[in-house]
Design a protein around this ligand. Structure first.
Ligand code: MN
Ligand code: MN
Length: 283
């Protein structure tokens, strides 16, 4: 059984046995292609979460009325890519086995692979909704197949054609966009088509992965590969709440906050608010 962490995300201090949603941090950034620093994401998010309210005026719900447990961070072996993915899969599997919803805080985007592996193990017909500025569909990045630039390509190998729905994508190489045209359903630039996707996936098991760099860098500068032309906070809040509130989510993650590039603290505060809205929409 997992033990209570001393420093939790705000209002995530229920007992493990009672909790419906279990958070954990995966501060891994060894394959980051440009500017590293997401290893500090989970701790920054926990610290800054005390700067937001537990009550959401958007949903008229308060976190204190629900049972969330923060199980702390995975011990990361930096450079140990396969080991880290295996450890993430193990933590996710443990939470799923106990009938709870795993909610991972990254870390770079490769951490999603471990969580999706465990979710797929438990759910044969698994769908993925992916919000990101980047397609993350490279077969390899500088020869590495296990890279945050390849994470959705590796996920595709697990879930297959027609099971990945991407939104907000505005960056990638030509090959990635060609791959998407044949194998995933990609919605470029914004959340156009999300409502239809949600209708289509009603009753299906869905894993939701949110790379925070889908936000415009003017809203969210604290990330390693900022990409101009992103969505607004309101657009993301509505989209993430729709996904979390309408679908059978079996696991989710929020990744790519890099606090070292967040000198004003606004990116971390934004991440905390999105996580609160997701937790409440999932409840
Ligand atoms: Mn990504
Ligand atoms: Mn990205």
């Amino acid at each position: 059984m997992l033990q209570k962490n001393i420093s939790t995300f705000i209002a995530c201090d229920s007992e493990y046995e009672d909790a419906d949603i279990v958070l954990f941090g995966a501060g891994f950034d060894s394959t980051t292609s440009f500017r590293p620093g997401t290893r500090f994401g989970p701790s920054a998010i926990r610290n800054e979460s005390f700067g937001i309210e537990t009550y959401s005026p958007y949903q008229d719900k308060d976190m204190t009325d629900y049972r969330f447990f923060d199980s702390g961070d995975i011990d990361i072996v930096f450079g140990g890519v396969r080991r880290t993915i295996a450890d993430i899969a193990m933590r996710t599997d443990m939470i799923l086995t106990d009938g709870k919803l795993p909610f991972m805080i990254g870390g770079e985007h490769l951490v999603t692979l471990g969580s999706v592996m465990a979710a797929k193990e438990k759910n044969d017909d698994l769908y993925i909704i992916h919000f990101d500025a980047h397609a993350d569909l490279r077969d390899d990045y500088l020869g590495q197949q296990l890279s945050h630039a390849c994470v959705l390509r590796r996920c595709h190998e697990l879930v297959g054609d027609g099971h990945i729905f991407q939104f907000g994508i505005r960056s990638g190489d030509c090959e990635e966009f060609r791959f998407a045209a044949e194998h995933t359903e990609m919605h470029k630039f914004d959340f156009g088509g999300l409502e239809k996707t949600v209708e289509k996936l009603k009753g299906k098991k869905v894993y939701f992965t949110l790379d925070l760099d889908v936000l415009d860098p003017s809203v969210f500068p604290g990330t390693g590969t900022p990409e101009a032309g992103g969505v607004s906070f309101e657009e993301l809040r509505k989209a993430a709440s729709l996904v979390c509130g309408s679908l059978d989510i079996v696991g989710c993650d929020v990744c790519e906050l890099s606090p070292v590039y967040d000198q004003s603290g606004v990116s971390t505060a934004t991440a905390c608010k999105i996580i609160r809205e997701m937790l409440l929409a999932l409840s």
